[in-house]
Design a protein around this ligand. Structure first.
Ligand code: G6Q
Length: 547
């Protein structure tokens, strides 16, 4: 519910869309394009060098008008102002939501509880920059006096997915003699496989955990500590080989990291919105402070666009409304993200957390169950790899899966004709999805009657295409901010809190009960459900059979 106007699905703007959908459902993109020579131009917006072509969506001008009505009636403008103004819109945790402050220019002002938070943001960025330069320049030395050549970020969830995705996207800006790696999983093979080739004398660990209590990260940090001590035999080495990104100075000190080597952040930064905070330290060391600041400028440009552009020309608002359209009225269960860029290979995983942890909620802001669908399942892979894997279902399956295609005019790794081939595939896929191939066209190709149904494509499958000149730090910043704000808009319309994540708690609590039962020497008393008891028993027998 929003603005106390009853459940979303009973509101007049929603009902108008439901009725309108009855007409649009029978329209085919082939006919919509044939009837309107200007459709591609009209349904495209450019902001800060990002082009969004949303013409291949099952919409008309009327659809857009009704969706924009819904956005306005949902109080979207006020919600945006509330977020940018530092109001505590994360109501279940009593927190402001101010990742936008992390990329605000030095001279701006933003008050939280009466205090301007911008100087603090820049103080941390300046400390990060100075530290990153020391590591990059070989001035930060390890215990034995050797410069650092490997940086390993130890973190999970928001303290891993963001920096890992950004590093993969921008690693071509990296320094060849400096390797950046990530360990997240509590599966020991993650830590051992990453550190196998590393020299402890040249390795710096960044323990990246906002709370500094996360089970997986702490277990990996302790493994790293042992690995370092086994090699050096000297406790004082820890200060040279470990730094922390956290808001918990006490726990950081308890671990043995000098608080002078801790980079802080604030409770108004959510984990999945934190890659522009100190959580990005590994990235900053990798690409350098200047490139990192270019990325922040890109984020900020899109933040400003989101805050000020009219909704009908506002990229995040349009993307969000199209998602609401398919999710709410076409029954689409999932949304596919297809970057035509190998550098963006972690983007779908990153967006999966951003979107699904934010909007995977069934309880509204008023504490009641919602009566409409909320966040979709987000998935995807880079093209063209995905084409040889799951695109069959996108083209001819029984489900309707809206897609986002993302591509660039130029490549960061030009190689022969590769880039033209890559992007030709990108354009061809959205074309094939939208327009398909009719039975008549297939018959005219001389295909045997038996195969005609198998070789026809109904088309009318919607997609957006986002196009930019080149994947630079600034463009990446804009792209991420675009999706952050898209998620915000959808959460505002669905009337949920996009900034908590209570749904991840139960499993953690249950695991804490089970761990000692797996470790115990003596057969433990088990009082779980019958299936869990049986699985624990089987696990224990499986281990003793290997002794
Ligand atoms: C993200 C979530 C979650 C969090 C991790 C790591 O929004 O809050 O993914 O980032 O659980 O938490 P710590 O940084 O506290 O270790």
């Amino acid at each position: 519910m929003t603005k106390g106007r009853g459940t979303l699905s009973q509101r007049p703007e929603w009902l108008a869309l439901a009725q309108h959908c009855e007409t649009v459902r029978s329209l085919h993109l082939r006919d919509l394009f044939a009837a309107d020579a200007e459709r591609a131009e009209r349904f495209a917006v450019e902001a800060g060098g990002l082009l969004l072509d949303y013409s291949k969506n099952r919409i008309t001008d009327e659809t857009l008008r009704l969706l924009l009505d819904l956005a306005r009636a949902s109080g979207l403008k006020e919600r945006i102002e509330a977020m940018f103004g530092g109001e505590k819109i994360n109501v279940t945790e009593g927190r402001a939501v101010l990742h936008v402050a992390l990329r605000a220019p030095r001279q701006s002002r933003l008050l939280v509880d009466g205090e301007n938070i911008i100087p603090g943001v820049h103080a941390v960025l300046d400390r990060m920059s100075a530290f990153a330069e020391r590591v990059r320049g070989g001035d930060w030395r390890g215990h034995s006096g050797r410069p650092i050549r490997h940086v390993v970020n130890l973190g999970i969830g928001g303290s891993d997915l963001g920096p890992r995705m950004v590093w993969e996207a921008l690693r071509h800006y990296g320094q060849p003699d400096l390797q950046i790696a990530f360990v997240s999983n509590i599966d020991g093979s993650d830590f051992t496989s990453v550190t196998r080739e590393l020299d402890p004398a040249e390795t710096l660990f960044i323990v990246c955990s906002k709370t500094f209590t996360t089970q997986e990260t702490l277990a990996n940090a302790h493994a790293a500590r042992r690995w370092c001590l086994d090699a050096t035999g000297d406790e004082s080495a820890i200060a040279k080989h470990f730094v922390a990104v956290s808001s918990n100075a006490q726990e950081v000190a308890r671990f043995g990291i000098d608080p002078a080597n801790m980079f802080g952040f604030w409770d108004w930064v959510g984990g999945r919105y934190s890659c522009t905070s100190a959580v990005g330290l590994s990235v900053m060391i990798g690409i350098g402070p200047e490139r990192f600041r270019e990325m922040l400028a890109g984020f900020h440009a899109l933040d400003e666009h989101f805050r000020t552009a009219p909704f009908e020309r506002n990229l995040p608002v349009l993307l969000a409304l199209l998602g609401v359209w398919y999710n709410g009225f076409f029954g689409c269960e999932s949304h596919c993200v297809l970057p035509y860029s190998q550098s963006l290979w972690r983007l779908p995983a990153y967006l999966q957390q951003l979107d699904m942890e934010s909007n995977g909620k069934g309880i509204g802001l008023d504490g009641n169950p919602v009566a409409h669908q909320t966040g979709p399942i987000i998935w995807g892979e880079p093209g063209t790899n995905g084409q040889h894997a799951f695109y069959q279902l996108l083209h001819q399956g029984t489900r309707l899966v809206p897609c986002d295609f993302i591509g660039f005019s130029r490549s960061n790794a030009p190689l022969g004709r590769h880039h033209h081939m890559l992007m030709a595939n990108c354009f061809a896929q959205s074309q094939a999805l939208a327009f398909g191939r009719t039975r008549r066209e297939v018959e005219e190709e001389g295909v045997s009657a038996r195969l005609v149904p198998h070789r026809s494509f109904e088309g009318n499958r919607p997609s957006n295409t986002i196009l930019a000149p080149l994947l630079t730090p600034g463009v990446l910043g804009k792209l991420i901010a675009l999706y952050e704000h898209k998620v915000f808009v959808q959460g505002a319309i669905w009337g949920i809190n996009s900034f908590d994540q209570w749904g991840v708690e139960l499993g953690k609590q249950l695991a804490d009960r089970i761990i000692p039962q797996l470790e115990a020497d003596a057969e433990p008393e088990l009082s779980h459900d019958a299936s869990t008891n049986a699985l624990i028993g089987h696990y224990r027998r499986g281990r003793s059979s290997l002794r």
